[in-house]
Write a protein that binds this ligand. Structure first.
Ligand SMILES: NC(=O)c1ccc[n+]([C@@H]2O[C@H](COP(=O)([O-])OP(=O)(O)OC[C@H]3O[C@@H](n4cnc5c(N)ncnc54)[C@H](O)[C@@H]3O)[C@@H](O)[C@H]2O)c1
Length: 346
C-alpha cells in the first residue's frame, strides 16, 4: 500500500508554534483523541471513593504519609505498606485521631515491594483486615534514591534501585489491579515517579523513574478507563529520600556504612528545610484524581514552572534533533549545595 504524506499545519500541545504533521500521523492523532474521549480518567465526585481502602506503599514516611493523611480525610481506610517497621508504628500513631474522627481503620504492614511474594502477603493481610471492602486507591509510591551514575553503578545497585522503583511498582499493580477490577467499584491507581522521569535522564535513579512513567503510561492504555491512572512527578519534596539507603534490603547488599552512622547529612537536612511539603503533593494527587490529570507535575511554589520546563526541554530536543540536556534551577542547585546557609544561618 502506498502512503501519501501531505503536510498539514496544526497547533502542537508542546511547542509554541504550529508544527507539521503528515496526513497519516494526523489520522493517528484523531484516533488517539477519540480514544481519550472514550476514557474517563477522572472521579469528579471523590466521595465515590470514600468507604473503600487505600493501599499506600511507602506510606510510613514523606509523600506516602501525606497521601495516607489525605485518604483518611477523604473517608478511606488506609493501609501503610512499608519496609520500615519503626516508621510504620509512628505513622499509625500520628493518624489514629484522624482515623477515629473519620470512622476508618488505619494499619501498617511490613513489606518489601521488590519481592512479589511479600506483596502477595500484603494483599492477603489487606483482605484479612478489611473483608468485603473494595480497594479504591492504590498508591505505588515506595521508592529509593541512589544507585549512582550509570558508568559506575554495579549490578547490585541496578538490582536495588530498579527492584524497588520499577519492579516494586509492577508487583503491586499485578497483585492489586485485578482485585480492583473484580470488585467493580470505582478506583484510582497512582504511581510516584519524579520530575526525573520527565526530563533528560540522569543516573540509575533517573532511568528508574523514566521506567516508572513508561510503566504507568502502559497501564493506562491497558485499562481503557476501567480505573483512573495517574503518575506523580514531583520537584524536591521535604522527605527522607536522601537517606533511603537506610532501607536497602540485605539481598541488595544492605545499608552501606555511611547510612547507619547517625551522622547528620547536610543535603538530607536541606531537603527537609527547603523541599515542598508532602501534604502539598498529596493535595495535587487528589485534585488530579478528581479532574483526570495523568501527568501530575508537582511544582514547588518556590520553583514554579520548572518541572514543565524540564519536560518541554527534553521533548524539544527529541522533536528538533537536539541533545539531551537537563535545565538547572537556582532553587534546586541551592538545595544540593551543602555549604549554602540553612534557614536562620547567615
Ligand atoms: N523527596 C523528593 O524530593 C522526591 C522527588 C520526586 C520523587 N520522589 C519519590 O517519592 C516517593 C516517596 O519517597 P519520599 O520522598 O516520600 O521518601 P521517604 O524516604 O520519606 O519515603 C519513602 C518510603 O518508602 C519506604 N520504602 C523504601 N523501600 C521500600 C521497599 N523496598 N518496600 C516498601 N517500602 C519501601 C521507606 O521506608 C519510606 O517510608 C519515592 O518513589 C521517591 O522516589 C521523591
Amino acid at each position: 500500500m502506498q502512503v501519501m504524506f501531505v503536510a498539514v499545519a496544526c497547533q502542537s500541545p508542546l511547542a509554541h508554534g504550529p508544527r507539521m504533521l503528515s496526513a497519516s500521523l494526523l489520522e493517528n492523532e484523531k484516533m488517539a483523541e477519540g480514544n481519550n474521549q472514550a476514557v474517563a480518567n477522572a472521579h469528579p465526585d471523590l466521595q465515590a471513593l470514600a468507604g473503600g481502602a487505600a493501599v499506600i506503599t511507602g506510606g510510613a514516611s514523606g509523600i506516602g504519609f501525606g497521601l495516607a493523611e489525605k485518604a483518611v480525610a477523604q473517608g478511606m481506610h488506609a493501609v501503610l505498606a512499608d519496609i520500615e517497621e519503626g516508621a510504620i508504628a509512628a505513622a499509625e500513631a500520628r493518624l489514629a485521631d484522624a482515623a477515629e474522627a473519620a470512622g476508618v481503620h488505619v494499619f501498617g504492614h511490613v513489606v518489601d515491594v521488590s519481592s512479589e511474594a511479600a506483596v502477595q502477603n500484603l494483599a492477603a493481610a489487606v483482605a484479612d483486615r478489611l473483608p468485603g471492602i473494595p480497594l479504591s486507591l492504590l498508591c505505588c509510591n515506595a521508592g529509593v534514591g541512589g544507585g549512582g551514575p550509570v558508568l559506575r553503578a554495579r549490578p547490585i545497585d541496578w538490582d536495588f534501585v530498579l527492584g524497588v522503583n520499577v519492579l516494586g511498582v509492577a508487583n503491586c499493580i499485578r497483585t492489586f489491579v485485578p482485585k480492583m477490577l473484580e470488585s467493580g467499584a470505582p478506583g484510582a491507581v497512582v504511581t510516584t515517579a519524579s520530575q526525573d522521569g520527565l526530563c533528560a535522564a540522569q543516573g540509575v535513579y533517573g532511568v528508574s523513574k523514566h521506567a516508572c512513567v513508561a510503566l504507568t503510561e502502559a497501564l493506562f492504555q491497558e485499562l481503557h478507563g476501567q480505573l483512573s491512572v495517574h503518575v506523580l512527578c514531583p520537584n524536591v519534596v521535604a522527605t527522607n529520600i536522601i537517606t533511603s539507603e537506610r532501607n536497602r534490603p540485605a539481598r541488595f547488599g544492605g545499608p552501606p556504612p555511611h547510612a547507619t552512622t547517625g551522622r547528620p547529612n547536610r543535603i538530607a537536612e536541606r531537603f527537609k528545610a527547603f523541599g515542598m511539603p508532602p501534604s502539598r503533593c498529596a493535595e495535587l494527587v487528589f485534585e488530579a484524581i478528581r479532574t483526570g490529570v495523568f501527568y501530575i507535575m508537582a511544582e514547588s511554589e518556590d520553583d514554579p514552572g520548572f518541572v514543565r520546563l524540564e519536560a518541554e526541554t527534553r521533548m524539544q530536543a527529541i522533536l528538533e534533533g537536539g541533545l539531551p540536556y537537563r535545565p538547572r534551577s537556582e532553587w534546586i542547585s541551592n538545595i544540593f549545595d551543602p555549604h549554602a546557609p540553612m534557614p536562620g544561618e547567615s
